[in-house]
Design a protein around this ligand. Structure first.
Ligand code: HEM
Length: 419
């Protein structure tokens, strides 16, 4: 059976689970066996306790072209060294220093939406959230160099990353050019001796390993590309779904609005503490990530012989895990296709009874989880009280299941100003 990262694969996996149960052993056309694992305790074991007995599995070939040996695709000692060097840049205290950037990006969007609204135009929310998240991650990484070097020629040379066409030769060339541009930025910072900027690039350039060595230029470029790719599409897709879901659920919209106006009634009240207080917004984001986890399929490959749910799994076997499918299994999530942020109230059933892993679990868990919740909460708090966005099409959007789960077609909404 062919298993790529595509819509047929989702359908195949869903059917297999219905027919054969929680753990499915599959024979591939190339004679290799693969396992689809759905018992939460097994998922937990593979991702957390025994994570070092697995490496990343198939499906990363195309991403490798973009990300080289950066965090998402590397394994073993290379991954461990990079993760240890990079992790401090994602501490809460460091991320808080980027709050102003988040506000600036939300403000820019508000200005554009106000203009579009006055002109009676529709808002392509898929494009808007994509631009918001891309600009935000680029300013967070490159600080002042974003304006002076990256968009200086007009246009954003990273914009093509939001279109999943990495097979295309022109993308290879674009990636090469991007890497050259990034190297120029790095060189010029070294020449200026610049280390007073606060951004991910300066933190990455200063990071050292146990032996005191810095990243080489190639390693640095791989990690920067990784950060851009990991950091923007996932948040962009989540916000895209949030606007779609909120537009179709007026009760949720009212509750979100009330919270935003009470806790973050304007730019001056944006703070990490206030973001933490936005518990309902957190619930809406979690429920959105339950229904539409951007990374809908994880793959791993066993390094040693394993036993999973009673099956003997030899070394070098591919393992598939799907947050999308487990998040919609009614045994754990009754009425699973219904959007209901109340599922995530603090008093709901214990977490261990409800598999939820949109950011993965364990030592390879997403580094940007806190950053992304902050950016998404600020985005909602600063935009929702100003704009009502109504559906122009009530049909449920079709899914596009690439490396990231997106809407197959852009979502277009009709804006109006709130008083
Ligand atoms: C809603 C937003 C996001 C979601 C759902 C998400 C999800 C994930 C998932 C599932 C993984 C693990 C993939 C795997 O093991 O195969 C991951 C890894 C990663 N994410 Fe995120 N992510 C989000 C936002 C971000 C942001 C904003 C950043 C950076 C600012 C980021 C940086 C990373 C990095 C660096 C890794 C690699 C970690 C490692 O392998 O050690 N992510 N993310």
């Amino acid at each position: 059976m062919k298993l790529g990262i595509d819509p047929e694969t989702l359908e195949t996996l869903q059917q297999l689970k219905t027919r054969y149960g929680d753990t499915v052993s599959m024979l591939r056309p190339n004679g290799r066996r693969a396992y689809f694992v759905n018992k939460p305790a097994d998922v937990q074991r593979i991702l957390v306790k025994q994570h070092s007995r697995y490496v990343k599995g198939p499906g990363f070939e195309r991403v490798k072209m973009l990300l080289g040996n950066g965090l998402i695709v590397s394994d073993g000692d290379v991954w461990r060294r990079s993760r240890t060097m990079i992790q401090p840049a994602f501490s809460r205290q460091k991320v808080h220093q980027l709050l102003r950037v988040m506000v600036t990006c939300a403000d820019r969007l508000a200005l554009r939406w106000a203009r579009l609204t006055k002109q009676g135009e529709l808002i392509n929310i898929t494009e808007e959230t994509s631009e918001f998240a891309l600009e935000l991650i680029l300013i967070s990484i490159f600080g002042p160099d974003y304006e002076t070097t990256i968009v200086a020629d007009g246009g954003n040379p990273f914009a093509f990353l939001s279109r999943d066409s990495t097979r295309d030769l022109s993308v290879v060339l674009k990636v090469r050019k991007l890497r050259e541009m990034l190297l120029d930025i790095i060189d010029s910072r070294r020449q200026r001796g610049a280390n007073d900027e606060f951004d991910f690039l300066s933190m990455y350039m200063q990071a050292t390993d146990k032996e005191g060595a810095h990243f080489t230029d190639d390693e640095l470029l791989d990690e920067l590309m990784t950060l851009i790719v990991a950091g923007f599409e996932t948040s962009a897709n989540t916000l895209n779904w949030v606007w779609y879901l909120v537009a179709g659920h007026p009760d949720v919209e009212d509750h979100l609005l009330e919270e935003a106006k009470r806790i973050m009634p304007g730019v001056d009240s944006v703070s990490a503490d206030n973001a933490t207080k936005m518990v309902y917004t957190q619930q809406v984001l979690e429920e959105t990530l339950r229904l539409y986890p951007p990374v809908w399929l994880f793959t791993r490959r066993s390094r040693e012989n394993e036993v999973i749910d009673g099956y003997d799994v030899p070394a070098d076997t591919d393992i598939y895990l799907s947050p999308y499918i487990l998040h919609r299994t009614d045994h754990y999530w009754p009425n699973p296709d219904r959007f209901d942020p109340e599922r995530f109230v603090a008093t709901a059933a214990p977490k261990k009874d409800r598999p939820f892993f949109p950011f993965s679990l364990g030592p390879r868990r997403c580094l940007g989880e806190y950053f992304s919740f902050l950016e998404m909460k600020i985005h909602i708090a600063l935009l929702l009280p100003r704009f009502r966005l109504a559906l122009t099409d009530t049909r449920e959007p079709e899914l596009e299941l690439g490396i990231n789960l997106r809407t197959a077609r852009d979502i277009v909404l009709r804006p109006s100003l709130r008083d």
